[in-house]
Design a protein. Structure first.
Length: 162
């Protein structure tokens, strides 16, 4: 795209509702890990009080798997939140550019894209963002106002009425 272009619209994924919702899911997952921790601890205490019912003295419960699970849940949520925050789209008079998810192989990755309007094959509003199918690939963007993005891009895609 040329350097002389007019910015028409900008939208971002910063502070998106999905980030807040995933932290609610993380809190529930950590509560589940805590309940599992309590269950193992309680089971171990009962077994040590009635050790004569088993052939051996019970070993101290293993909690490393719960700790690793909790750390992985938090790390995944933090990383996902950072990636969603980096989603952005800039709508210019001659094309669009920004950062969005592009699927390479099996794993979606954040990818910088720059598309002219004639490169765009289809544009769909999704629940949490928009999906762009182009000659360069498919991009998914998680933004606050996908309706406005679709409206602005569609307005540029359609030829002006005479």
């Amino acid at each position: 795209m040329s350097d002389a272009r007019e910015l028409l619209f900008t939208e971002f994924g910063r502070n998106h509702a999905l980030i807040k919702r995933q932290w609610v899911a993380v809190a529930l997952s950590l509560i589940a890990c805590g309940l599992n921790f309590y269950r193992r601890w309680d089971n171990w205490q009962i077994r040590t009080q009635f050790y004569w019912l088993w052939d051996e003295v019970p070993a101290f419960p293993f909690f490393a798997d719960l700790l690793i699970s909790a750390v992985l849940i938090i790390a995944l949520a933090w990383t996902t939140g950072k990636v969603i925050s980096r989603n952005e789209i800039y709508v210019y008079e001659n094309g669009i550019e920004g950062y969005g998810f592009k699927t390479w192989d099996f794993w979606p990755r954040l990818h910088n894209f720059e598309l002219r309007y004639d490169d765009i094959k289809s544009l769909k509003k999704r629940r949490w963002g928009l999906s762009i199918r182009s000659t360069n690939g498919r991009y998914r963007l998680i933004v606050h106002n996908p309706e406005m993005c679709v409206e602005k891009i569609t307005k540029q895609l359609l030829p002006p009425h005479s």
